[in-house]
Design a protein around this ligand. Structure first.
Ligand code: URA
Length: 200
């Protein structure tokens, strides 16, 4: 069995924080072992929690479209989340996403370190503030880092990180105009990531 499959099997029984208790399952990272680019999201959403795969819901579909436009093939990257269990609160019949806290992000850092060690990507794309916190700590602000290739290190891994907004932020835009602008920004940050990962 390869290292990533072993890690995913081990993570399936993770109780490092309390989030496992209300989640359907651990949603571990997936993708190309040895990928040059790792995409790091926040945590699985409702659909990901049910299906057991990262970025397969509405935010994932938008991310796929943005990757396509930035000329990055999802088949060539490794996709994961800073936190691997869905944290939610009940609103009527719906399960509403809740931001993971610093303790939960740190607890799940164990798995992120392991994924970075196994995949050894040249570059990590940080999709939003929680991914940024997982990489750079709790003082991280998206606006201060966005759209540039920066040196980064975590656990035994060293490489580059490019920060961008979370795809859900595009979906949450108040009108079509602001959603279009946010989407264009996401695509252009992904282009920066592709070029930096290729060393250009
Ligand atoms: N949002 C995330 O951050 N990750 C997913 O896998 C889905 C939605």
């Amino acid at each position: 069995m390869d290292t990533l499959t072993e890690l995913a099997d081990e993570a399936a029984g993770c109780t490092r924080c309390d989030l496992y208790a209300r989640a359907t399952q651990t949603v571990f990272g997936e993708g190309q072992p040895g990928a040059a680019i790792m995409l790091l999201g926040e945590q699985p959403g409702d659909q990901e929690d049910k299906q057991g795969h990262p970025f397969v819901g509405p935010a994932g579909r938008l991310l796929d479209r943005a990757l396509d436009e930035a000329d990055i093939s999802r088949a060539d990257v490794y996709v994961t989340n800073a936190v691997k269990h869905f944290k939610w609160t009940e609103r009527g019949k719906r399960r509403i996403h809740q931001r993971p806290n610093t303790t939960e992000i740190r607890a799940c850092g164990f798995w992120l370190d392991a994924e970075l060690g196994a995949v050894r990507p040249r570059l990590v794309v940080l999709l939003g503030a929680v991914a940024g916190e997982a990489m750079f700590g709790s003082r991280f602000r998206v606006g201060e880092h966005r759209g540039k290739a920066e040196e980064a290190a975590l656990g035994g891994w060293q490489g580059l990180a490019v920060t961008t907004i979370h795809p859900s932020a595009v979906l949450r835009g108040p009108d079509a105009d602001s959603r279009d602008r946010a989407y264009a920004g996401l695509v252009s940050d992904l282009v920066v990531a592709r070029q930096a990962a290729a060393g250009s």
